[in-house]
Design a protein around this ligand. Structure first.
Ligand code: DAH
Length: 332
């Protein structure tokens, strides 16, 4: 009898039942009316008295082990039922995390929205351009450094080489060639320059070009348009400062700084280049420069985004690092 008790104890210790049904079967097999343990108790009655003490203790130990094992298995089966019951299949699914606007898109949109309010339309042109639209029609002399392989990505060579546009000023030319006058447009777009990539330079960036052509457009009109833009973009207190400059396609030309109270040094920051469209440029696109005049300006989108958010490294705009992009989630 002692051996049978030991064998049952070992069997109980190794019992593994996971469903309610299996547990009940095990209980009946051990403790039911004809169960192994119940039978041992029956046999126990006829056992020699001198053995009773020792075997009685062992038998009780076996019964307690069986009961507690069954209880333990019931508890864990109940728990796993509870876990599976916590799945509410009527719940709506998890929503996909939504992306957010890229900082360059945010600033580009802000610039466009401001000029739309002033009555400007949006015009776009191809990123793969030809020498005529990027350089020749914009009055670039043949020896201009921008026309060098070191500065521009050329796709073909020859008479009117195909290249990646280095500025959005070429969209001016396309507009002047095709649109009826007067023209009042902003041209957002991506531009390419053969630059070594660093915190302050990149081979891809974005510009917004502006062009206004009509009869009697003056430098004062340009100054006013840019001042209003700067105040909308950077705040009502913003001042602008114009410095004489040179671009082949405008005459006179200027660079525009905005006042900046957080910048170290002078308190001014350059935001764009501008000027009165050179009569040569008007004529190259078939516009009568005696009758019409106009102004143009061009600004770098990343540059303005850098001013707005103090992002010091240009490369952030192109690496799609989610830690950076998530900073702009609140802008819609
Ligand atoms: N195209 C110039 C650049 O890429 C920016 C620019 C300057 C555009 C003066 C203009 C302008 O329209 O008038 O640096």
């Amino acid at each position: 009898m002692k051996d049978r008790i030991d064998a049952l104890l070992a069997e109980i210790a190794g019992l593994k039942c996971s469903t309610e049904n299996e547990i009940e079967q095990a209980r009946v097999r051990l403790l039911g009316k004809r169960g192994d343990i119940t039978r041992l108790f029956e046999e126990f009655r006829n056992i020699a008295p001198e053995m009773k003490r020792e075997l009685g203790q062992k038998l009780n130990q076996l019964k307690t082990a069986a009961i507690s094992k069954i209880e333990e298995m019931r508890d864990s089966a109940e728990q796993s039922v509870a876990v599976s019951a916590s799945y509410d299949l009527t719940k709506p699914g998890d929503s996909y995390p939504l992306g957010s606007r890229h900082p360059v898109s945010i600033v580009r949109k802000e610039i466009i929205d401001i000029f739309r309010k002033f009555g400007y339309d949006v015009a776009e042109g191809p990123e793969i351009e030809d020498d005529w639209h990027v350089f020749e029609a914009l009055n670039f002399p043949p020896e201009h450094p921008a026309r060098d392989m070191q500065d521009t990505f050329f796709i073909s060579s020859g008479n009117n080489p195909v290249l990646l546009r280095t500025h959005t000023s070429c969209v001016q030319v396309r507009a002047m060639e095709t649109m009826p006058l007067p023209i009042r447009i902003v041209c957002p777009g991506r531009v390419f320059r053969n630059e070594a990539i660093s915190a302050r330079a990149h081979c891809i960036f974005h510009q917004v070009e502006g062009l206004y052509i009509d009869e009697n457009v003056t430098f004062a009109d340009m100054k006013q348009a840019i001042l209003l833009f700067a105040r909308e973009m950077f705040g009502a207190e913003t001042q602008i400062r114009m410095r004489p400059s040179y671009f082949p396609f405008t005459e006179p030309s200027a660079e525009v700084d905005v006042s900046c109270n957080i910048c170290k040094g002078t308190g001014w920051l350059e935001i764009l280049g501008c000027g009165m469209v050179d009569p040569n440029v008007l004529e190259a696109s078939g516009i009568d420069s005696k009758k019409y005049s106009g102004f143009a300006f061009g600004m770098g989108v990343e540059r303005i985004a850098m001013l707005k958010w103090q992002v010091k490294d240009l490369r952030n705009y192109f690496e799609n690092d989610l830690r950076f992009l998530k900073e702009f989630e609140t802008y819609i």
